[in-house]
Design a protein. Structure first.
Ligand code: SF4
Length: 752
């Protein structure tokens, strides 16, 4: 009889704890799924998407052998020794001929699949690779840049005890973003003393529950948010005493906001001045406000400016460093791949590299050029850029131009099909895995997940793949791992820790190899095959050094290495997760990492952009009269790790939502077909009349348009591939984030 096993849902950043029963004919099916009440953050909560996870575990296009592309474009299966030695040889050849920095890395893990990125840093350092990117650069880098300038620390909302919740370009009912999302939204909606504000061009499910819905015209959030911020300055509602104690250079900001034409900006945004004033008064009078922005503004025009205006609202309403407001959180470890050298700009276009990430839209441009510094090879890991990033045809051309593309993934994805080598890896239910999306300011939890079944023969976990590549590249000195393994055996964890420190002191360059060194030394000594978790030993000790008080409040005792070892053991011993950091909201003021622990309000280039906002927003054209929001989150959409379209209970091929008045005018039928055309491409789509959309605005959902092998083994497409419609050049001037939520489009009735 199978037992319920704890793990997590991997479909969004919240990673709710789940319990699964495995079984079926082959014993490899997730036959029942329920919320895990022992998970410290989700406490049994789930949304409807998790129940379909077997469509991921037993998904389409699975590969179970390394594959090598043949001259005719087909693939042949090869053994692991050949794959590793050939790939290492070819990557080394690119490094030796053009320089290691010409080897680009993309990915590093999807939702809740963050250990690969931790190990990839060793491979990349062995190659001298320094440029990389991931899906975060599609969405969050503008936000990260602004946050770094203003706070120098990561900040998150505390909706569970906020008096007012403010959602900007975010529909948390569908996209989640904080633990137990729908429960919290319902609690706020039912409490007469609490309020909710939604800024969104679509009347979303969250907007239905909100007290105020500011239904902006698509792409005009900069006008709306500047009008909202300006109201506080122009009405004299700012607590100057609070600002004086906590904020630098506020006068520069106030001067620009003083000149914002509030009523004119309301007109541009399509929101009445009265409704804006009502919103401003609500925020002014609230004892606490938590704000959250998301892709509606982050993949839109003026996205970095709007992220800035959002944070200025935190300052103007005093919503930082107190309960129910915005507060600093302590992540267990930095997100993404860590390598010693972080360039400031990309090599060809000189695009800004934010948190180590090259803007995604820039990457194909920096391959499809004759510039001597162009990228020559790519390693792509747990990511599908050909499908998921703007301008699919440009990505296909770019990969064809490279000397070598290596993809590490579970399935033969659209990207894998354009690669030279494809290395198959375990699913998230077949390996030890975790998420570094630990974002809670007060009680921050970490969940190290154990496998619920063995991987099939022929696949390897990412830590093993990276260890083999590093060894083939000669990245770790001969004999070092044998020596450290012996120290661990003879002297235990304390002696091992000191020996590792000694090695790093003597040779600091080996720091980047530490993940692989730990995997090969501490890894085999861990219980139940937990070797992939070895890298967390370093993360636990580093966290204990940085935040001993936060750990003590979470129930860990002692200091120094004792504390670090306790945390590591707690991770291994709590299969449903563990709270590792507890902090008071007020301590955010001590954890902010600006020079004088004050918020830096002025960001000159963004104040310049704000001052230069036109009196009208650039609109659509006669040729492309609609705005397409590409990638809407819906009840049955998820990222593309669900390759099997059968997982969707409804909206099978992802209909285009259109206001009925527009549809009538165009002669479209509800449930019929239409052709959508953008400057970049064209697609046939199903039509759904939907009065949640405003006139002139249409949406298509995310996660569709994969070319999936069906029962007859032939790849078939279901739904529209959005990035055949999006362009590389449509991106934010500062962060380079794409405008997927503002794609000018034409809609035509499809011929029968
Ligand atoms: S909110 Fe839903 S999709 Fe997100 S992790 Fe939880 S169950 Fe999965």
């Amino acid at each position: 009889m199978s037992e319920w096993k704890p793990t997590a849902c991997i479909l969004c950043s919240i990673n709710c704890g789940i319990e699964v029963l495995t079984g079926g004919d082959d014993g490899r099916q997730l036959i029942k799924i329920r919320g895990d009440k022992a998970h410290p953050s989700s406490r049994g909560y789930l949304c409807q998407k998790a129940s379909r996870l077997n469509h991921y575990q037993n998904g389409k296009d699975r590969i179970t052998s390394p594959m090598r592309r043949q001259p005719d474009g087909s693939f042949e299966a090869i053994d692991w020794d050949t794959a590793i030695s050939k790939i290492a040889e070819k990557l080394a050849a690119v490094r030796d001929r053009h320089g290691g920095e010409k080897i680009f890395y993309y990915g590093g893990g999807g939702q809740a699949n963050h250990l690969p990125g931790a190990y990839a840093g060793s491979t990349l350092t062995a190659l001298g690779s320094i440029y990389r990117s991931s899906a975060l650069a599609q969405e969050k880098t503008g936000e990260f840049w602004v946050q770094g300038k203003m706070f120098g620390a990561p900040v998150h909302a505390c909706f569970h005890d906020a008096e007012v919740a403010f959602f900007l370009g975010k529909n948390p009912w569908q996209s989640h973003g904080f633990p137990r999302t729908r429960n919290v939204i319902n609690e706020i909606a039912k409490d007469p003393n609490r309020k909710m504000v939604v800024v969104d061009p679509v009347r979303t499910e969250t907007a239905d529950k909100a007290d105020i819905h500011l239904q902006v015209k698509p792409g005009t959030d900069a006008w709306l948010m500047s009008a909202l911020a300006a109201t506080f300055v122009q009405q004299g509602w700012v607590d100057l005493d609070w600002v004086g104690r906590h904020v630098n250079d506020f006068e520069e900001v106030a001067k620009v906001l003083q000149s914002v034409p509030v009523d004119q900006n309301c007109r541009v945004a399509g929101v009445s001045p009265e409704q804006l004033r009502q919103t401003a008064e609500l925020l002014r009078d609230a004892s606490s406000v938590s704000f959250m922005e998301d892709l509606g503004i982050q993949m839109n025009r003026h996205s970095t400016l709007v992220s800035y205006l959002n944070r200025l609202m935190w300052v103007l309403t005093g919503s930082f460093g107190k309960a129910g407001a915005m507060n600093v959180f302590n992540p267990l470890a930095p997100l993404g791949v860590q390598t010693p050298n972080r360039p400031a700009f990309s090599p060809v276009n000189k695009a800004k590299v934010i948190t180590g990430l090259v803007p995604c839209n820039v990457i194909p441009e920096e391959i499809l050029t004759d510039h001597p510094d162009r990228y020559r090879a790519m390693i792509i890991e747990s990511a599908n850029p050909v499908h998921s990033l703007a301008d699919t045809p440009a990505w296909q051309r770019a990969l064809a131009r490279l000397d070598l593309t290596v993809t590490i993934d579970v399935a033969m994805t659209e990207t894998a099909r354009h690669s030279d080598y494809v290395l198959p890896t375990a699913t998230q239910y077949e390996k030890w895995e975790c998420s570094f999306f630990n974002l809670e300011p007060e009680h921050n939890a970490f969940h190290l997940r154990q496998p619920v079944m063995e991987p099939p023969e022929g696949v390897l976990g990412e830590p093993e793949i990276h260890a083999r590549l590093v060894e083939a590249l000669g990245g770790v000195p001969t004999g070092l791992t044998d020596q450290l393994r012996e120290t661990l055996r003879s002297q235990g964890p304390a002696g091992f820790g000191m020996a590792v420190q000694g090695v790093l002191k003597e040779n600091p360059d080996l720091m980047a190899m530490l993940p692989v060194i730990l995997y090969r030394t501490l890894g085999p000594a861990l219980p139940d095959g937990a070797a992939p978790a070895a890298v967390l030993w370093a993360a636990a000790h580093q966290f204990a050094q940085r935040h001993p008080d936060s750990m003590n409040r979470a129930g860990f005792e002692g200091t120094g290495p004792v504390l670090g070892e306790q945390l590591f053991q707690a991770m291994l011993g709590n299969p449903s997760g563990v709270v590792f950091s507890v902090d008071d909201p007020e301590s955010s003021w001590q954890r902010i990492r600006t020079r004088d622990r004050k918020i830096n309000a002025a960001i000159p280039p963004l104040l310049e952009e704000l001052a230069g906002l036109e009196s009208t927003a650039a609109g659509t054209s006669e040729e492309y009269p609609f705005v397409l929001s590409a990638g809407e989150r819906r009840s049955f959409t998820a990222n593309t790790i669900y390759r099997d379209p059968q997982w969707r209970r409804k909206d099978y091929d992802g209909a285009m939502r259109i206001n009925p008045s527009d549809a009538d005018r165009l002669g479209l039928a509800d449930g019929g077909r239409a052709r959508i055309t953008t400057r970049r491409g064209s697609a046939l789509v199903a039509v759904e009349f939907n009065d949640r959309m405003q006139a002139g605005h249409v949406s298509l959902p995310n996660g569709q348009g994969l070319d999936v092998a069906m029962e007859d083994e032939q790849p078939r497409r279901v739904g529209a591939a959005l990035n055949e419609l999006t362009s590389l050049e449509d991106r934010d001037w500062l962060a380079g984030t794409p405008w997927h939520k503002w794609v000018p489009a034409r809609i035509d009735k499809a011929e029968a």
